[in-house]
Design a protein around this ligand. Structure first.
Ligand code: UP5
Ligand code: MG
Length: 204
């Protein structure tokens, strides 16, 4: 993608840190197109005729990472479609597509592939809180979410993958000076105030 035409922000943080919640609010503030890698994978899992259904289902339940080719392709397709339709609101007012890429990249190989083949991200929003907080949120959400990975056993595996595989990605972008870390232990509104200010900075 032409860097002059798109602004990509990666949104990272542990399972249940509040990535999706905050992205929805930033969409309203700035007219971003919100692409959740997890949501795209879940949609692909249930798409009739998909050859990846079982693979995705197993990875999600085990909290492991789906092979990057699948996820990068889904993101690329979604971005292309959004640009074509000029989907989302104000983000297109200045002729630029604005994307919040939520829950991606969560493994170094994905990060490198996306940087090289899709585009460079302008910044990384990193929502951080404790495992205790994340566990409580996920178990609560699990009562109604229907997500196959919102159970104690899967959550434990997701935490491990996050620590071992995704934290190095965050460290990588930190070394490049791209990360803004936001404490997401506090209320949705407070987290949003900080996230909004951080995004505003790079859009100016
Ligand atoms: N909540 C949110 N913020 C709150 C706050 N400040 N105070 C109180 N409550 C708050 O929030 C979680 C819950 O907490 C909600 O009930 C919310 O109301 C409440 P949410 O905003 O949904 O958090 P989020 O960080 O988005 O949590 P999510 O569970 O979506 O994170 P994951 O990273 O685990 O899930 P994701 O969908 O990104 O990935 C799922 C799986 O897909 C991965 O485990 C992996 O197997 C696979 N995957 C890949 O293989 N590759 C990828 O690139 C991406 C995913
Ligand atoms: Mg999410």
């Amino acid at each position: 993608f032409d860097h002059k035409k798109v602004t990509v922000i990666f949104v990272l943080g542990g399972p249940g840190a509040g990535k999706g919640t905050q992205c929805s609010l930033l969409v309203k503030d700035f007219g971003f197109c919100h692409l959740s890698a997890g949501d795209l994978l879940r949609a692909e899992q249930h798409r009739e005729g998909s050859q990846f259904g079982t693979l995705i289902q197993n990875c999600i339940k085990e909290g492991s990472i789906v092979p990057m080719e699948v996820t990068v392709k889904l993101l690329e397709n979604a971005m292309t479609a959004a640009i074509k339709e000029q989907r989302s609101g104000d983000g297109w007012a200045d002729g630029r597509g604005r994307f919040l890429v939520d829950g991606f990249p969560r493994q170094m190989d994905q990060a490198i592939k996306f940087d090289e083949e899709v585009c460079l991200a302008a910044m990384v929003l990193f929502f951080s809180t404790t495992e205790e907080v994340m566990l409580a949120r996920l178990l609560e959400r699990g009562k109604t979410s229907g997500r196959e990975d919102d159970n104690a056993e899967s959550i434990k595996k997701r935490f491990n993958t996050y620590k071992e595989t995704t934290m190095p990605v965050i460290k990588h972008y930190e070394a490049l000076g791209k990360v803004t870390e936001i404490d997401s232990s506090v209320s949705v509104e407070e987290v949003h105030t900080h996230a909004k200010a951080a995004v505003q900075k790079i859009l100016n």
